[in-house]
Design a binder for this molecule. Sequence first.
Ligand SMILES: NC(=O)c1ccc[n+]([C@@H]2O[C@H](COP(=O)([O-])OP(=O)(O)OC[C@H]3O[C@@H](n4cnc5c(N)ncnc54)[C@H](O)[C@@H]3O)[C@@H](O)[C@H]2O)c1
Length: 252
Amino acid sequence: MKVLVTGSSGLIGSMLINALADKFEISALDARRSEHAPDVPTMITDGSDYESMSKAFEGVDAVVHLAANAPVETPWPDVLKNNISTTHNVYEAARQHGVKRVVFASSNHAVGNFEMDEPYCRIRVGDYEGLKPGGFKRVDNSVPIRPDSDYGVSKAFGEATGRYYHEHFGLEVACLRIGTVNPQNSPAGSVRSLATWLSHRDLTQLVSQCLTQPLGFEIFYGVSDNTWRFWDTDYAKKVIGYAPLDNAEDWR
Ligand SMILES: NC(=O)c1ccc[n+]([C@@H]2O[C@H](COP(=O)([O-])OP(=O)(O)OC[C@H]3O[C@@H](n4cnc5c(N)ncnc54)[C@H](O)[C@@H]3O)[C@@H](O)[C@H]2O)c1
């Protein structure tokens, strides 16, 4: 299977390409070069420039779309160009070139305002008093969109556009509401990440399942098997056989 990875010079892109290179024939696209970028055929171009970026989609079976500004504080002009326009271009280029499937890096920030509510607002700061792990309803893929930022809005846009391209053009789409992925590959750094951490190997497995299992349009949460996670993973386990191996609690 020929897989194009956008955002290949970034943290997740370079990690994923190295981890998946044995399983898929990978090509890449990013706006910038990086000395850490994996050694695969790479087009350096701006994803918001349709004419140029769409050439990378020729002969491709599936796209893992990661290119975006990742910080939640990203200002609107950058969100518009790098997250919204680029993501629309990815779906349109996939359609134009007969690509079957897009795995879209959405984000927990598409539903981030659930963290203002009980019990999530307490779990995110480590106040577990009176709570049992999983003894509360986890945020799942049926909840309404509740973005917490322009960045979160851009991820909701990517999910909505994915659904549109699925229902109108038959594109297969998996949107991953990714939690916390970091270079140290541990939940170190914040109490919240004891709930939200996604390890590199769990992310790799999740993306691999999204590329190989039967799929229509789906939204999955990208989070490890953390004891205090407040996002649902049962659905991904059931639909695509996601089998996370890591638990942030082992690092506490
Ligand atoms: N790291 C996390 O915890 C996390 C959590 C949720 C979602 N995500 C999403 O996962 C994806 C990858 O995140 P990351 O942590 O690897 O970020 P990153 O910043 O390390 O990598 C993003 C890459 O996208 C590229 N890019 C940005 N705009 C582009 C454009 N217009 N055209 C081409 N390339 C462009 C950048 O050059 C960069 O190499 C992003 O979409 C991010 O929003 C990440």
